[in-house]
Unconditional design. Structure first.
Length: 170
């Protein structure tokens, strides 16, 4: 199962990079969202969860393969991508809506990644890793569910405020 283990480690490194990207994105979002206190609070909560996810994945990576330059490069690339996304978001008036949409999609990418890692860990009889992935998966699903339940409200509040701001300029 050497090839299966190689795939598992590659997916684990990718998940770690994905969490590092999420940390940068969530931090940037939390600093810019002021008029949506519920969204900001949920983002801050998920940021703290995500920091723990990255730490847990790093510990697993250290356990399975040690740290290496490939991990550092992948993390750096993920952080740069997140920063670029944040800069792009600052240039749009509807950042809160687009950010919520992007976060919803990103959460589902994370959910898929953890489902793959759970299956691989199970196949490789890595039960400790499987337990970590299942815990993280539950938190990713909870965030995706929260976003799904709140996208309508976020959008409607944005539209109402945008219309009010437009009328005030006239």
């Amino acid at each position: 199962m050497t090839h299966a283990r190689d795939n598992f480690l590659a997916w684990l490194r990718a998940a770690h990079a994905m969490e590092e990207q999420a940390i940068v994105t969530l931090f940037a979002q939390s600093r810019r969202i002021e008029s949506y206190p519920d969204l900001r609070a949920r983002i801050v909560r998920h940021l703290h969860e995500t920091e723990k996810h990255a730490q847990a994945l790093k510990a697993l990576l250290d356990q399975f393969s040690g740290t290496g330059s490939a991990l550092a490069l992948k993390d750096m690339a993920a952080k740069l991508a997140a920063k670029a996304q944040g800069v792009g978001g600052m240039l749009t008036s509807d950042e809160v809506v687009k950010g919520a949409m992007a976060s919803y999609a990103f959460e589902h990418m994370e959910i898929a990644s953890y489902r793959v890692l759970i299956a691989a860990a199970d196949e490789l009889d890595e039960m400790e890793a499987k337990t970590v992935f299942e815990r993280i998966l539950d938190e990713e699903i909870a965030m995706a569910d929260w976003l799904e339940a709140n996208l309508d409200t976020i959008t409607r509040v944005f539209l109402m405020r945008d219309e009010r701001d437009l009328m005030a300029k006239r």
